[in-house]
Design a protein around this ligand. Structure first.
Ligand code: PEP
Length: 253
């Protein structure tokens, strides 16, 4: 039985006072939440303040990115150890915006996953195809290449600690979500590929979130699918009511 997980990716939004306000509102709603894991990922600048608020709740803290390096002369970077220090338990890695605008490769993401695991951070690893790749029937090839690349030299005991987010690039921030059938087809493919590369038991334990224009209007159908174990939510996680509804739909499913 996989516990569903909803993570809010705030992206480059919210000043510290705005982040405090949203975190306080979510804490009021989800103080003792059980049956679904709720994670929020504010920008780096607000992590410590948000952690102070979440500390006495069941909501967990995540970051949106990190360096693959341990420490040293890497100006502008933030390490896994620093994220732990700020109270993070999770980190989003390989988001399509990082792949697209900051040229992150599967190899770099693989190194980041290893650094996160070494520092007891749970990586939320994003994979997904572009519209062009989908239209040219390359979706499964792309997903398989990304997963093989990001999991290079990762053992089964560590695979269990990783969360995947299937995020079709054409659905992120566009208002165009994958249908539940399209999403389930890819989630099933990911799980069966993990079974082939590792083993059935481990693959069945791995949680796979869907991400891409998730909102209260489309989420209940997505979460009712067998291999969809939650959501990575961007835009809708900035709106308290929408995020709360998404989490509640998860509880009701
Ligand atoms: C995301 O940021 O991972 C995301 C899926 O964004 P949105 O929900 O806005 O499409």
């Amino acid at each position: 039985m996989r516990t569903p997980i909803i993570a809010g990716n705030w992206k480059m939004n919210k000043t510290i006072p705005e982040a405090i306000e949203l975190a306080n509102s979510l804490k009021r709603e989800f103080l003792d939440i059980q049956g679904v894991e709720v994670v929020i990922c504010p920008p780096f600048t607000a992590l410590s303040e948000v952690f102070e608020i979440l500390n006495s709740s069941n909501i967990k803290l995540g970051a949106q990115n990190m360096s693959c390096q341990e420490e040293g002369a890497f100006t502008g970077e933030v390490s896994a150890k620093m994220l732990r220090d700020a109270g993070c338990q999770f980190v989003i890695l390989g988001h399509s915006e990082r792949r697209q605008y900051f040229f992150e490769t599967d190899n770099l993401i693989n190194n980041k996953i290893k650094a996160a695991l070494k520092n007891n951070l749970t990586p939320i690893v994003c994979v997904g195809e572009t519209l062009d790749e989908r239209e040219n029937e390359k979706t499964f090839d792309v997903i398989q290449t990304q997963i093989s690349g990001v999991l290079k030299d990762i053992k089964a005991v560590d695979l269990e600690k990783i969360i995947f987010a299937y995020e079709p690039v054409w659905a992120i921030g566009t208002g165009k979500n994958a249908t539940s059938a399209q999403a389930e087809e890819v989630h099933k493919f990911i799980r069966s590929f993990l079974k082939k590369c590792y083993n059935e038991e481990t693959a069945n334990a791995v949680r796979i979130q869907y991400g891409g224009s998730v909102k209260p209007e489309n989420f209940s159908e997505l979460i009712s699918q067998e291999d969809i174990d939650g959501a990575l939510v961007g835009g809708a996680s900035l709106q308290m009511e929408a995020f709360v509804k998404i989490v509640k739909q998860c509880l009701a499913s």
